[in-house]
Write a protein that binds this ligand. Structure first.
Ligand code: NAD
Ligand code: TYD
Length: 336
């Protein structure tokens, strides 16, 4: 089973590859990743050197390269994790989001059509559903209504995947997951950013009133769900993935402060993110009843494990924040 996994050097993709290759040796994975600021080959140490794993540095928007890889490796399956993934960056500049997330997905879809692949799994996001009020949950029937350049580009890709199914009969499945946390997450996202700032006694920049709500899931639970949808999901279907763990941002920040024994004086309320979605919450009844998935990690414990992982892997994140990321941090937050 030859699978092209894209974006496999990022947070979720690397956890996915390491997990799958530790479970099975009947798959051959080609990991196509551009190694942007978010891609890190160190994430893949457990998979390096395995004979059923091949890394290729390259861009999913590169038609010739993608075509070459499909041919060379007889690709029959695609799992598309590759994306520009950070909302704040999409607000600073949207073009690369359009290029990678929309055009890149389209290049993969066209190649998949040419080579008659068996299955294309698109890793989409719950952010395509827009924002919820105080009550209610996103179901697979919730209309797509996006707000940020990031979510809009992901929605365009998601709809293009559906179009290739309806128009050309391409065998696709789509997952829409809520916010992930866990080891190897790039420290621009809420949880690792707050952990690292705490460790350095830097201010913790909380946007707006801190009451925006996200529905958190441990990355391994997400990846187990992706694997299940890949294996057993009905063609042409969308599956929501979420662990029903809604938290206001300020609750997360206080939990991290508490665990690291730091004072709440580090909290700094800063100007809100423009167009900031208020609340996300996922109804994952479909994947639970149809495919028998359920989350297996308990939030407090998995958060504790995640914080401990960042404590134990200082060299991993120090190498990251000493480089390119430092420039982004200064643009986004000034020199706080
Ligand atoms: P990430 O930013 O950590 O990793 C993205 C990876 O894609 C990096 O390795 C990067 O080098 C690679 N990449 C970027 N542009 C590329 C290109 N043009 N060609 C090839 N590779 C390229 O992202 P993540 O958090 O691991 O997210 C992975 C996927 O899951 C994304 O599609 C994202 O939209 C989706 N998702 C993420 C979350 C979350 O909470 N992080 C939730 C739901 C869905
Ligand atoms: P983030 O991790 O960027 O994920 P997303 O925007 O895709 O949900 O942010 C999670 C929440 O945390 C979101 O409501 C924005 C907020 N946030 C802050 O308050 N401060 C920060 O420095 C960051 C990065 C995020």
């Amino acid at each position: 089973m030859n699978i092209l996994v894209t974006g496999g050097a990022g947070f979720i993709g690397s956890n996915f590859i390491n997990y799958i290759l530790s479970e099975r040796d009947d798959v051959f994975i080609v990991n196509l990743d551009k190694l942007t600021y978010a891609g890190n080959l160190e994430n893949l140490k457990p998979s390096e050197g395995k004979k059923n794993y091949q890394f290729v540095r390259g861009d999913i928007t590169n038609n010739e390269l993608v075509d070459y890889l499909f041919k060379k490796y007889s690709i029959k399956y695609v799992i598309n994790f590759a994306a520009e993934s950070h909302v704040d960056r999409s607000i600073l500049g949207s073009e690369i989001f359009y290029r990678t997330n929309v055009i890149g997905t389209n290049v993969l879809l066209e190649a998949s059509r040419r080579y008659n692949i068996e299955k294309f799994l698109q890793v989409s996001t719950d952010e395509v559903y827009g924002s919820l009020g105080a009550t209610g949950l996103f179901t697979e029937q919730t209309p797509i209504t996006t707000n940020s350049p990031y979510s809009s580009s992901k929605a365009a890709a998601d709809l293009m995947v559906q179009a290739f199914h309806h128009t050309y009969g391409l065998p696709v499945v789509i997952t829409r997951c809520s916010n992930n946390y866990g080891p190897l997450q790039f420290p621009e996202k809420l949880i690792p950013l707050m952990i690292l700032n705490c460790l350095k006694d830097k201010k913790l920049p909380v946007y707006g009133d801190g009451m925006n709500v996200r529905d958190w899931i441990y990355v391994i639970d997400h990846n187990k769900a992706v694997n299940l949808v890949f294996e057993k999901g009905r063609i042409g279907e969308v599956y929501n993935i979420g662990a029903s763990r809604e938290m206001a941002n300020i609750q997360i920040v206080k939990l991290i402060l508490n665990k690291l024994g730091k004072t709440e004086e580090l909290i700094e309320y800063v100007k809100d993110r423009p167009g900031h979605d208020r609340r996300y919450a996922i109804d994952s009844t479909k994947i639970q009843t149809e495919l028998g998935w359920k989350p297996s990690f308990e939030f407090e414990q998995a958060m504790e494990y995640t914080i401990d992982w960042y404590l134990a892997n200082k060299t991993w994140w120090e190498r990251i924040i000493s480089g390119e990321y430092q420039k982004y941090y200064e643009v986004q937050y000034g020199n706080r």
